[in-house]
Design a protein around this ligand. Structure first.
Ligand SMILES: Cc1cc2nc3c(=O)[nH]c(=O)nc-3n(C[C@H](O)[C@H](O)[C@H](O)COP(=O)(O)OP(=O)(O)OC[C@H]3O[C@@H](n4cnc5c(N)ncnc54)[C@H](O)[C@@H]3O)c2cc1C
Length: 390
C-alpha cells in the first residue's frame, strides 16, 4: 500500500507544531498534524504566557488570544536564595495558563484551518530516504517537507543527528502542582533568581493550583532535587516529593542547523528556549510559523529540499537574540558575577525593571547588550573588586 501524501507533515502538536500546521493550512497546502497524545494533554510547564506570546499568537492565528481563561498578573515578588528582595506591583503583565487548556486551544486553531488530525497516533519510524513517516498501525504518511516539532526529546532530531540534544549543555526543570491558594488571584507571581545554579525558581499561583518549580543547567546542578526541596520548604510546601515531575529544557542550547534539506526542526526540538528566562512557548510558536512559511515557499518553488536554507535565513533574528542572551547570562549566573548581580538587583530599580520586562517578554536582548556595553567599564571594575571579595 502506498503512502498518503501531504505537502507538509508536522510531528508534535504543542505550540510549535500547531502554529506550523495552522500556517501551512492557511496558505492552502495540505498538512497532517501528528501527536502521540490525544488532546487535551498535559505538558510539564509553568504555563507563563508573556506579552511576546500574545503578540505572536495574534500574528500567527490572525486574531488575539481570548485571554479570559488566562489569569493576568502584574505583581511580582523577588527572592535571592530565599532572601526577600521586594515586590513590584506595576510590572508589565504576564498571563498564567494550564498547558492542558492552552495547547488544546492551539490544536483546535490548526484543525479549524484544515490541518488533518492525526493526534493520538504513535510514530513508529521516520524514513528520511522514502520521505514518509510510519504510524504504529502501519499507515505510511508521505511528505514533501517534514517539520519536527516533537519537543525536547525529539525523535526527528535524533533521526537526523543521532541525539535529541547535547547532554553537556541541556537544562532541566522540576515542577509540582501544589494546592491552590484561595487568594491566588490577588497574589503576585514569585521568582527566586538564585534557587538553582544557572537558573531560578518560580511559584505561579493560579486558581486551580500553584505551579512551583526550579530549573537550570543540568551540568551545574548536581543536586537539583535538593534545590527543589529547599525552594518548596521556603514556599511553605511540605511532603510533596512524590508529585514532583522533571523534564529536560533546552536552556540556551539551540541548534545552529535546525534540520536537513526538507526536514525542519521547530520549538524545543530546535532548542529554541530563552537561556535566561526559560521562556519557550513564544519561540516555539514563532519558529513553527517560520518553518511553515519556509516549507510553503520551497514547495511552491518546486524545491522542497531547499526548505532548510530559507528557514535558517528567516530564523536569523531569533538566533541572534538567543546568542546575545547566552552571552549575557554569564553576567547573571556565573558564580563570580552573582554577588554583583544580587547587589545591582537589590539597589537598582532599573535592573529590576529590565529583568521584569525580560520575564514578561517586553524587552529584546539587543537593547540590554547595548546598555551593557555602555556600562562595561563599571562592570569590569565591579568584577575585579568581586574577585577580591571571594
Ligand atoms: C519545568 C518547565 C517549565 C516551563 N515553564 C515555561 C513557562 O512558564 N513559559 C514558557 O514560555 N515556557 C516554559 N517552558 C518551556 C516550554 O514548555 C517549551 O519551550 C514549549 O512547550 C515548547 O513547545 P514545543 O511545541 O516545541 O514542544 P512541546 O510543547 O513539548 O510539544 C511537543 C509535542 O510533541 C509530541 N511528541 C513528542 N514525541 C513524539 C513522537 N515521537 N510522535 C508524536 N508526537 C510526539 C508530544 O506529545 C508533545 O505534544 C517550561 C519548560 C519546563 C520543562
Amino acid at each position: 500500500m502506498g503512502a498518503e501524501l501531504f505537502d507538509v507533515v508536522v510531528i508534535g502538536a504543542g505550540p510549535a507544531g500547531s502554529a506550523a500546521a495552522a500556517t501551512v493550512a492557511a496558505a492552502g497546502h495540505s498538512v497532517a498534524l501528528i501527536d502521540r497524545k490525544a488532546f487535551p494533554r498535559d505538558k510539564l510547564c509553568g504555563g507563563l504566557i508573556t506579552g511576546r506570546s500574545l503578540r505572536y499568537f495574534a500574528e500567527i492565528f490572525g486574531a488575539p488570544l481570548d485571554v479570559t481563561p488566562l489569569e493576568r498578573r502584574a505583581a511580582i515578588t523577588f527572592q535571592f536564595q530565599g532572601r526577600p528582595m521586594g515586590t513590584i506591583h506595576d510590572a508589565p503583565p504576564v498571563y498564567l495558563s494550564m498547558r492542558w487548556d492552552f495547547d488544546h486551544h492551539l490544536v483546535k486553531q490548526a484543525l479549524v484551518r484544515g490541518a488533518v488530525d492525526l493526534t493520538g497516533q504513535e510514530i513508529a519510524e521516520v524514513d528520511l530516504a522514502a520521505r514518509h513517516v510510519v504510524l504504529s498501525d502501519g499507515r505510511r504518511i508521505g511528505y514533501r517537507v517534514l517539520i519536527g516539532a516533537d519537543g525536547v526529546n525529539s525523535m526527528v532530531a535524533r533521526t537526523l543527528f543521532g541525539q535529541s540534544f547535547d547532554h553537556a549543555r541541556i537544562g532541566f526543570g522540576l515542577e509540582i502542582e501544589a494546592p491552590a491558594n484561595p487568594r491566588a488571584q490577588e497574589m503576585p507571581i514569585s521568582v527566586d533568581i538564585a534557587a538553582a545554579a544557572w537558573g531560578y525558581g518560580w511559584s505561579f499561583p493560579k486558581q486551580g493550583s500553584t505551579t512551583i518549580g526550579v530549573g537550570g543547567l543540568l551540568a551545574e546542578n548536581e543536586d537539583m532535587k535538593g534545590a527543589m526541596a529547599s525552594y518548596l520548604a521556603g514556599q511553605g510546601v511540605e511532603g510533596a516529593a512524590k508529585s514532583i515531575k522533571g523534564q529536560f529544557l533546552p536552556f540556551g542550547d539551540y541548534r545552529k542547523l535546525p534540520g536537513k534539506g526538507a526536514v525542519l526542526l521547530a520549538g524545543d526540538a530546535a532548542g529554541l528556549v530563552d537561556p535566561i528566562t526559560g521562556e519557550g512557548i513564544a519561540h516555539a510558536m514563532k519558529s513553527g510559523q517560520t518553518a511553515a512559511l519556509a516549507a510553503v515557499g520551497a514547495i511552491r518553488s518546486g524545491r522542497p529540499e531547499h526548505a532548510l536554507t530559507a528557514y535558517r535565513r528567516r530564523l536569523r533574528p531569533l538566533h541572534r537574540s538567543l546568542r546575545a542572551a547566552t552571552l549575557l547570562r554569564h553576567l547573571i549566573f556565573r558564580p563570580r558575577c552573582r554577588r554583583m548581580f544580587e547587589t545591582s538587583f537589590r539597589n537598582s530599580s532599573s535592573v529590576r525593571r529590565q529583568y521584569m520586562e525580560l520575564l514578561a517578554g517586553e524587552l529584546e536582548y539587543g537593547v540590554i547588550v547595548k546598555a551593557c556595553f555602555r556600562r562595561l567599564p563599571r562592570i569590569l571594575r565591579l568584577l575585579i573588586q568581586s574577585k577580591g571579595v571571594r
